[in-house]
Structures are given as structure tokens and as C-alpha cells.
Design a protein around this ligand. Structure first.
Ligand code: PLP
Length: 354
């Protein structure tokens, strides 16, 4: 820290992204990326001709892509907001809707970025514990009269709450914004986006980073009432109107056109998830019920950090957390069948060597 940093950020603890090591080729199961490449149409869309237009600013309204997403999800174009990754949308949510009078609530075990944004904007945050089995008690959020952010499926557990529970939360907090972070919804969970026509206080955010193989392209989107989307645009146009670059825009338009390709990939991930959970059970692991492209699993007699280090030494990257409630687990991204076999073989080797 230099002596120039504003004192309001002195105590801020920044988010720590999963490692992206460059020292060797790992079986990379630590940041929930897709093992599949973008669709052939996406690869073709990022053409020399498009690169040749980089002297021109991109369309700040992202009209073509918004139209395509609106058609895909059966909502109006005025209900779609696009931004530079869904992290950017989370940032705008905290900036736009939360303050000392309108605090924010989220679960104690969830995406690690929520408390960072709360701290960044100096917000009073209500951190609500999950139950001991990592399930969310919907009653804790009903009639809370605060803004609320919930990841569904949750991270790093992969567990879900039903859309009927989300509707209860949205209904009983009519004067506050409820943000449902659906980064992992395409891997078998049900989206609540069908509710946005009925509730002006519901915001849903999704990303092209996981199910659409575009983590490197940085694109997230939000679906919500026209009023909420207008508020997000006000913030966007007050910070960085061109926050999605041309190449990402053309890639994403092609990605929406190849929806069937990505749905197929998501099915493969779901099959690999079931396979991995089953094989781990044979080795004595306990795995939380996940509908995401990762699992949260516990090795008998070995804490998460120990297993993480043993796997990394052998070229397999996973993630673990040093929190007391999470320290027994590792989070493992579900990749290709070959990657999961490498992971499972390596786990077996580690267990044999004791
Ligand atoms: C990965 C993830 C995001 C961020 O995704 P980007 O679109 O890549 O910024 C948001 N929320 C959750 C819960 C995630 O796991």
C-alpha cells in the first residue's frame, strides 16, 4: 500500500481469485471453467475482419446481443443488462441499490466476492448463517426488509433452493432488491428468470464464463424489471459505457446462436459430475448434493488443505478454504471425463501412499 491510497480503503481485503499458475500444465479443476472450447461458430465469429474494426468503439447498448438474449429467454430487450463479467454486475448491484439505509444480506457461506463489495462500499452487511448441513433456511430471508443476494446454486457447495422459495423471498421484501446469482444455473438447476415479469424487485444475473465456455471473454448479464435495468444502466454510463469489447460482443452473439452446443456440453458435465461423485463415494468421500459444474467433497481423515497440496504436487489443481466450517472440504470443478479420471487416479494414489 502506498501513502496515497484513500484511507477509506485501508482496511479493505480484496477478493482472491483462484490461482492461474503458469509454471506447468495442470489438470485445472480450480476455477469452474468449462473444459470445452467455445463453439465453432464463436471461433469463426472472432474473424480478422472483426479484429480489423478494433479502431472503432463497440456499441455501448449492445443492441444485437440484447435482442438475441431477450428472444432466447422470452423477455423484453429492456429487461436485459450486459456487463464485463457477472462480477461487474454484482459490483453495480452493490453500488446502485445498497447504502446505510438499505443494507444488504447474504449467507455466511457463499461467493467470496459479496463481503468484498460490501466492504468496498462500506455497507452494513447482514451475514446469515446456513444450517449445519449447508442448506439455506428460507425463513431467514422472508420479510427481512433488506437487499438480498443469494447464489443459486450456491458456491462453493453447489446446493440449490427451489424457485418457490425464491418467490417467497422476493414477495416478502417488496421494497428491496433481491439478486439471485445464477452463475451455475445451466448445469441442472431451475432458473427463476420466469418470475421477473411479476416482480419489479427481482434481479437475476448469469454469466458466459461457465456454461458458455467464455471465461476469458468476460461477459455477464442481468435480467430484471425495466426499472432495475435502467438503474444499472445509469451506473454503467457513469463509470464505463464501453465495458464490453467488440470481440466479446461478436463471440457472445455467436454463442447465443449455438445454444444447442452449450446445452449438450452441460449435459456432459452433469454426467461427469454423477460419475465423479459415485467414484469418490467408493473411496469413502462424502460429497454435498451439487447441481453446479463443481462438487464440494470431503476426504475421510484428510483436511482440504492437505489434499489440495498433495494433488497440486501431482499436477491436479482444486480449491480449498481455510474457514473452520469449510476446512475439511475441497471444491473440484467438473471437467472432461479424462480430467476426472486423472483426478480420481491421483486421489487413489494419494490415499494408498497414506
Ligand atoms: C464465477 C462466478 C461469478 C463471476 O463470473 P464472471 O462472469 O466470470 O465474472 C459470479 N458469481 C458466482 C457465484 C460465481 O461462481
Amino acid at each position: 500500500m502506498s501513502r496515497f491510497l484513500s484511507s477509506r480503503f485501508a482496511a479493505l481485503e480484496a477478493y482472491t481469485p483462484g490461482e492461474q499458475p503458469q509454471d506447468m500444465e495442470y489438470v485445472k479443476l480450480n476455477t469452474n471453467e468449462s473444459p470445452f472450447p467455445p463453439s465453432p461458430e464463436v471461433i469463426a465469429a472472432v474473424s480478422a475482419a472483426e479484429v480489423g474494426k478494433l479502431n472503432l468503439y463497440p456499441d455501448p447498448e449492445c443492441k444485437r446481443l440484447r435482442r438475441k438474449l431477450a428472444a432466447l429467454y422470452g423477455v423484453g430487450e429492456e429487461n436485459v443488462f450486459l456487463s464485463n463479467g457477472s462480477d461487474d454486475i454484482l459490483n453495480f448491484f452493490f453500488m446502485a441499490f445498497c447504502d446505510a439505509e438499505r443494507p444488504v444480506a447474504f449467507p455466511n457461506i457463499s461467493y467470496g466476492f459479496y463481503p468484498v463489495y460490501a466492504q468496498l462500499y462500506n455497507l452494513p452487511a447482514t451475514v446469515i448463517p446456513l444450517r449445519e448441513d449447508f442448506s439455506l433456511n428460507v425463513e431467514d430471508y422472508c420479510g427481512l426488509h433488506q437487499n438480498i443476494v443469494i447464489a443459486n446454486p450456491n458456491a462453493p457447495t453447489g446446493m440449490v433452493i427451489p424457485v418457490s422459495d425464491i418467490e417467497k423471498i422476493v414477495q416478502t421484501n417488496p421494497d428491496h432488491v433481491v439478486l439471485i446469482d445464477e452463475a451455475y444455473v445451466d448445469f441442472g438447476a431451475e432458473s427463476c428468470r420466469g418470475l421477473i415479469g411479476q416482480y419489479e424487485n427481482l434481479l437475476v444475473c448469469q454469466t458466459f464464463s461457465k456454461s458458455r465456455s467464455m471465461a476469458g471473454g468476460r461477459l455477464g448479464f442481468a435480467l430484471g424489471s425495466a426499472g432495475l435495468i435502467a438503474d444499472l444502466n445509469k451506473i454503467k454510463y457513469s463509470t464505463n459505457p464501453y465495458n464490453i469489447n467488440r470481440l466479446t460482443l461478436v463471440a457472445a452473439e455467436a454463442a447465443v446462436d449455438s445454444d444447442a452446443y452449450y446445452r449438450e456440453n452441460c449435459k456432459k458435465i452433469q454426467a461427469n459430475r454423477a460419475y465423479t461423485v459415485e467414484e469418490l463415494a467408493k473411496l469413502g468421500f462424502t460429497t454435498l448434493p451439487s447441481l453446479a459444474n463443481f462438487i464440494f467433497t470431503r476426504c475421510p481423515g484428510m483436511d482440504g488443505g492437505t489434499l489440495y497440496r498433495a494433488l497440486k504436487r501431482r499436477g491436479v489443481l482444486v480449491r480449498y478454504w481455510n474457514k473452520p466450517e469449510l476446512k475439511d472440504f475441497v471444491r473440484v470443478t467438473i471437467g472432461s471425463r479424462e480430467q476426472m479420471d486423472r483426478f480420481l487416479d491421483t486421489v487413489q494414489t494419494i490415499l494408498k501412499e497414506g
